[in-house]
Write a new protein. Sequence first.
Length: 148
Amino acid sequence: MSWAIEEYVEDAIVKYLNNALPADMFDVKTAWTTAEIKYPCVVVRAGASQNVTEQFTGHRNMVVGVLVMTEAVPNGLLAARNANRVHRDAVIDALAQTALQDDVNALNPDGVAFSLAQMTGMDRSVEPEKRAFTTEITLEVIVSPKEI
């Protein structure tokens, strides 16, 4: 069993999104990858985790960011916004499940089991230097390590 829960959570959500999204629609990656970013893309980042209860039980609560990035096409704002809308909607459709944890666990992810996974928020922005529209979808998850 490994306590690298954040990395296993990222891997599990990437695996789920690759399974749930239309083939070849996105380049789906974990955070801090050295691979080249190709648009449209989805980047999954698990941040800090904390105990679910006051005592350590192995169950961890964490916030996971799912960043959807679509290139801002320079030939007209409307076309770029429409592409962004299509890409963002596909990811939201995949994540907006009442029992998302069951769908992720059904893929038997390595190193981690989910007790809860739910979409809790979104933040839209633009990254001018990358010429990209971005939407960060926030997931709240409760996980525990499992044998690999």
